[in-house]
Design a protein around this ligand. Structure first.
Ligand code: MG
Length: 429
């Protein structure tokens, strides 16, 4: 018999708005919207007070003002969100399990198969997670639990905010199948129109339809959706693994943007995430890439080939583990390719990865000059101190280099000579 996994999808409630409330609780008292402070701005997120009177993401600010004359407004602060986000994911990894897959700034999958027993039940584990996150950050989240990623994702919206929903066994037939087809994760308005044309109005209609008909309308995706709706879909949580050859994070904007500074803020957040993941796995990177996804003229989402595939990446001269190197490369690429187009998804990736312990620093003439000019004295005293500490010469430089005991393959001789391996071998004889 197949062993079922326990997959959780944790989703923060009204995340951007809640972050502002967490650092300024006064904001909770009134409807709050997150958007730029101008009358033409579009609302990024609203708190639940605002939602209860019909103020939602994507709505222009001036419309929201008509619905409430008592509105609080918070300017988007991506550094704030990114800080909360990283800390929340770290808490999950540290306190519960490393099997956490970050899906977006405020959402992650957790494979709880091997840990839920400790809490007595899946429900109790979910409540424990909610309690800890609230205690630590004053933020609420909702959790969906099931045996596939798809059901967990569907379950999470059942009891928002601060809710837990578990879908077990055949529950999905009565819980999920009754939902409107547009409520199905992965189905947008245009796919819904196509499905309604073949008389599929609910998720149940799709689950019980003929898969061949779905394939005619949606291609391979049709079969995938059919499987998901019938409980046959992935239960794999891709936890951070050092096997990965690349690391990337993407972020889909709630509302498309062509605002240079706002997009740069997203890049900052994504670089933070990518860098955190590199740090956790002791990795260095050599190649940086940026993804900017836009819509085409018909309003369909595209990844512009000319942009993505060509040169939106840079390879460095040497491996780096520095956040600023990553960020500056990403900014440079973005600044070169951004042309005021409306972006709906943005991503940062690194590849050519190497473990820090396998990395040996390659000195270049530039770096040697730099060292000798700026740090010669510091270097000398450091060398002296190290030798003093060991009460013998363990570090040799230049003229003091002993001829008989070469350990290094390369070394600096009188600041300019560079001995080859052959010469070193010779001198050993
Ligand atoms: Mg959320």
């Amino acid at each position: 018999m197949k062993e079922y996994k326990v997959i959780l999808l944790m989703d923060m409630d009204a995340f951007f708005a809640s972050c502002h409330e967490a650092i300024d609780p006064k904001l909770k008292e009134k409807p709050l919207v997150v958007c730029s402070p101008n009358s033409r701005a579009i609302i990024t997120t609203s708190n639940y007070k605002a939602r209860s009177i019909g103020i939602k993401s994507g709505m222009p600010y001036f419309k929201a003002k008509k619905l409430s004359n008592n509105l609080n407004i918070a300017t988007p602060d991506y550094q704030l969100y990114s800080n909360f986000s990283s800390k929340i994911f770290e808490l999950l990894i540290d306190e519960y399990t490393p099997k956490v897959e970050v899906a977006s700034i405020d959402e992650c999958y957790i494979d709880a198969t091997n840990i839920w027993h400790k809490y007595g039940s899946i429900k109790k584990l979910c409540l424990d997670i909610q309690r800890k996150i609230y205690k630590e950050f004053k933020l609420t989240c909702s959790i969906g639990a099931s045996y596939t990623r798809f059901f967990a994702k569907m379950a999470v919206s059942f009891n928002k905010p601060n809710g837990v929903k578990i879908i077990k066994g055949d529950d999905y037939k009565k819980e999920i199948w009754q939902l409107d087809i547009e409520k199905m994760f992965m189905i947008g308005p245009s796919t819904a129109v196509k499905l309604r044309e073949i008389n599929i109005k609910t998720i149940g209609d799709l689950a019980c339809s003929n898969v061949k008909d779905l394939e005619k309308v949606l291609g391979v995706r049709g079969r995938n959706l059919y499987n998901c709706a019938n409980g046959i879909s992935s239960d794999v949580v891709l936890a951070e693994s050092s096997q990965n050859k690349s690391i990337s994070n993407e972020f889909t904007l709630d509302v498309e943007s062509n605002q240079f500074e706002e997009l740069k803020n997203y890049i900052y957040f994504l670089c933070k995430r990518v860098h955190n993941r590199l740090e956790r796995r002791f990795l260095m990177f050599k190649n940086v890439s940026v993804l900017l996804a836009t819509r085409n003229r018909n309003g369909e989402f595209i990844r512009s080939k000319s942009i993505v595939n060509k040169s939106m990446q840079r390879t460095l001269n040497d491996y780096s583990d520095q956040f600023n190197t990553l960020l500056n490369q990403a900014y440079n690429i973005f600044e070169e390719f951004f042309d005021n187009q409306s972006i709906y998804k943005i991503g940062i990736g690194v590849k050519d990865l190497i473990s820090k312990k396998n990395y040996t620093y390659q000195s270049t003439l530039d770096s040697i000059n730099q060292v000798s000019k700026n740090h010669n004295q510091e270097l000398e005293s450091l060398k002296k101190n190290i030798n003093l500490f060991y009460k013998k010469d363990v570090l040799y430089f230049g003229d003091n280099m002993p001829r008989e005991s070469f350990k290094q393959t390369k070394y600096i001789f009188n600041e300019e000579t560079h001995l080859s391996n052959k010469q070193i071998k010779k001198s050993k004889k």
